[in-house]
Design a protein around this ligand. Structure first.
Ligand SMILES: [Zn+2]
Length: 51
C-alpha cells in the first residue's frame, strides 16, 4: 500500500485576500469562492516552520 503524504497549505486570493487551507497533493489550488480569481500558495504549514 502506498501512503500519500498530505501537506496542509494555506492559499490566498491575491485580489480580495480570502484565505483557506487545502491539502496537497490531494487537492488542487482552487479559485477564490468570492471573486473567482486563481488563488496562490500563501504558506506551507507543515514544512519549514518548526525546526
Ligand atoms: Zn478573491
Amino acid at each position: 500500500m502506498e501512503e500519500q503524504k498530505l501537506e496542509a497549505v494555506e492559499v490566498k486570493c491575491p485580489k480580495c485576500g480570502y484565505t483557506m487551507i487545502i491539502y496537497m497533493p490531494k487537492e488542487e489550488i482552487p479559485k477564490c469562492p468570492k471573486c473567482g480569481t486563481q488563488m496562490v500558495i500563501s504558506e506551507l504549514l507543515d514544512e519549514g516552520k518548526y525546526y
